[in-house]
Design a binder for this molecule. Structure first.
Ligand code: ADP
Ligand code: BMX
Length: 562
């Protein structure tokens, strides 16, 4: 740990005693572990940090000069946030800090925001503000810790916080800011200003998890802050090494949150019918579409190059978009085979499908190269489209399975697409199957994908002595009565039926739509249903063909973008 205890143990400034309601906890002014007792006795500073560690800090900052910008309302927000489980609050303005201190026992991070003609620096710029915040009851004072020039330099402000008995939180934009702050005695380093300085700003920035990770290696108390606006992103920040997460606008700026909903609703209202551009990058083909009035007005496809790295894939996407008439700024959704995490990074799960796609910053790269874009897994996109527009309509618990190059999927649970921050949720093809024994390109042995997918079908044909045939050719051979081909196709369908039964038993799925060129091939769903009919009635899922056929990943990508 950084020398927080040492730094603040000697500080018995005006904030001593304000940190806690003494009835809820006690803190100690001595230096921690002492003598033979070997007992953890926290200093005041440590105690404040201990209270925040592993917790949410609610930044209760109303919109400036809005109807909620009043100290009593800020204090009520802070109380409500603590009632909801927040470990601490971040409060702007001296009067607001004073009002909150009267009502709230939890640690307060205080700031003063002021606008200056000479500098873009806004957060606790003046030494006078530091004194006033601590006097009003802030335990921690946050300040702009970037190296941008301003009236009282960052080190002067930091020194003022320390000399007035406060704990300092450095609002940083870079790893260098964090190092500098720690070296000078800041207790907390936050990612607050990443995305808000000339060097870091950009359109539609995702939260800066990379900065969280680099802070985590510095030995200080790490605060993730800035655009962590869903519970999943906040949890991801903790997994990336943050000690606590500060969340603001989405909790306390009613105008902002209301605006998000009203925008989404008005877009949805206008979007009937859907319009824009979409990409579906699958293991075998990459398709682009111009969508007008809810229909695919223009469509173009090319083979996917599984050996291409990001640059090759981007060039293909750009070429295809040009063909279908996209221009920068048009609504664009991109769906891809492979895992897409909450940061918009793209990872092949089955590395024999995409051999050079590992942790690719897809969302950022495409935004830079092409324009505003939403990226999503191909099967998740199709799930969304089938649920909203196709075979899943009206089903609260719905699954989509694509049997294509791989076996992908998606789950709608309780009416919402089920997703995980790492993007793996819904990858149904990597469940295991009693029919499978082969090593899957995911590294797992015996997956559904390794026995049921188009690639698996071609591979099983090769092993049976019929090399050079793709899945379509194997289906044709089966239709022509070749017993070896019939066995392969049947085994694929049996593995998918087994997966459907599992989805019913595990999740109570009431409808399953099957898509992908293998899944939609003649007779395939009939085979799946016949296999299901061999199971006890309760496990016989309601299996249907995807209504949107091959358009699901394209329409779903566009739906995700709106
Ligand atoms: P992607 O995986 O790129 O999204 P598809 O859904 O078209 O694309 O799936 C590709 C797989 O489907 C390949 O393995 C291909 O051999 C197989 N396939 C394509 N057409 C047929 C068909 N008519 N019958 C059976 N398999 C097919
Ligand atoms: C694989 C996996 C999924 C994908 C599914 C269907 C990779 C590269 N892909 O299970 O992410 O959704 O295939 O994709 O790991 P397709 O290529 O068969 O359309």
């Amino acid at each position: 740990m950084l020398p927080v205890g040492k730094m603040c143990a000697s500080n018995t400034g005006p904030s001593a005693g304000m940190v806690s309601g003494a009835e809820t906890f006690a803190y100690y002014e001595d230096e921690g572990v002492s003598g033979r007792m070997a007992q953890y006795v926290p200093t005041k500073a440590q105690h404040v940090l201990d209270r925040l560690r592993g917790g949410l800090i609610a930044s209760c900052q109303p919109v400036d000069d809005g109807p909620m910008d009043q100290p009593e309302i800020v204090a009520a927000m802070a109380q409500a946030a603590i009632a909801g489980g927040a470990a601490g609050v971040r409060i702007e303005g001296v009067e607001n800090v004073r009002a909150v201190r009267r009502m709230v026992d939890a640690p307060i991070i205080g700031i003063v925001k002021t606008d200056h003609d000479t500098t873009p620096v806004r957060i606790t710029v003046c030494v006078d503000d530091v004194r006033a915040l601590i006097e009003a009851g802030a335990d921690i004072v946050a300040y702009d810790a970037t190296d941008r020039p301003r009236q009282d330099g960052r080190d002067t402000v930091l020194a003022a916080i320390l000399s007035n008995g406060g704990l300092a939180m450095a609002d940083c934009a870079s790893a260098a800011d964090g190092m500098h702050a720690i070296a000078n005695g800041a207790a907390i380093i936050g990612t607050t200003l990443s995305g808000y300085t000339l060097d870091t700003e950009g359109p539609d920035k995702a939260p800066d998890l990379d900065l969280v990770r680099s802070f985590a290696g510095m030995g200080g108390f790490v605060m993730a802050e800035g655009r962590f606006d869903t519970p999943e992103l906040a949890a991801t920040a903790i997994l990336a090494g943050a000690d606590a997460v500060t969340v603001g606008s989405v909790l306390t700026r009613l105008e902002v949150v209301t605006g998000r909903f009203s925008h989404a609703i008005s877009v949805a209202y206008r979007r009937t019918p859907l319009a824009g551009f979409a990409i579906d990058l699958g293991g075998t083909k990459t398709a682009a579409a111009r969508v007008e009035a809810g229909r695919i007005a223009q469509y173009e496809q090319r083979p996917t190059n599984g050996d291409a790295g990001p640059a090759g894939q981007y060039e293909q996407i750009e070429d295809l978009l040009q063909v279908v008439g996209y221009s920068a700024g048009d609504m664009l959704g991109v769906s891809v085979t492979g895992r897409v995490d909450a940061m918009g990074r793209w990872h092949a799960v089955n590395q024999s499908t995409l051999r050079n796609i590992m942790s690719v910053p897809l969302a950022n790269d495409l935004a830079r190269r092409i324009g505003p874009v939403t990226v999503v897994n191909d099967a998740s996109a199709a799930t969304l489209a089938e649920h909203r527009l196709g075979a899943g309509r009206g089903h609260e618990n719905f699954a989509y399975i694509t049997v294509s190059t791989g076996v992908g999927g998606g789950l709608v649970l309780g009416g919402a697409l089920h997703q995980s921050p790492d993007g793996i949720a819904g990858h149904l093809g990597f469940a295991s199957s009693q029919y499978a024994t082969a090593l899957c390109g995911s590294g797992r042995v015996g997956t559904v994908e390794s026995v049921a997918s188009g690639r698996a079908i071609a591979e099983m044909a090769r092993v049976a002595g019929h090399g050079g045939m793709d899945a379509r050719a194997v289906f044709e051979a089966a239709a022509g009565g070749a017993p070896w081909a019939e066995d392969i196709v049947q085994m694929s369908a049996a593995a998918i039926a087994e997966l459907c039964g599992n989805l019913v038993s595990m999740l109570g799925i009431t409808r399953i739509a099957i898509g992908g060129s293998v899944g939609l091939a003649d007779g395939y769903i009939g085979r799946v249903k016949r296999e299901l009919n061999t199971m006890p009635e309760f496990f016989r899922a309601d299996v249907v063909a995807a209504e949107l056929r091959g358009d699901g990943p394209l329409l779903g990508a566009l739906l995700s973008a709106q």
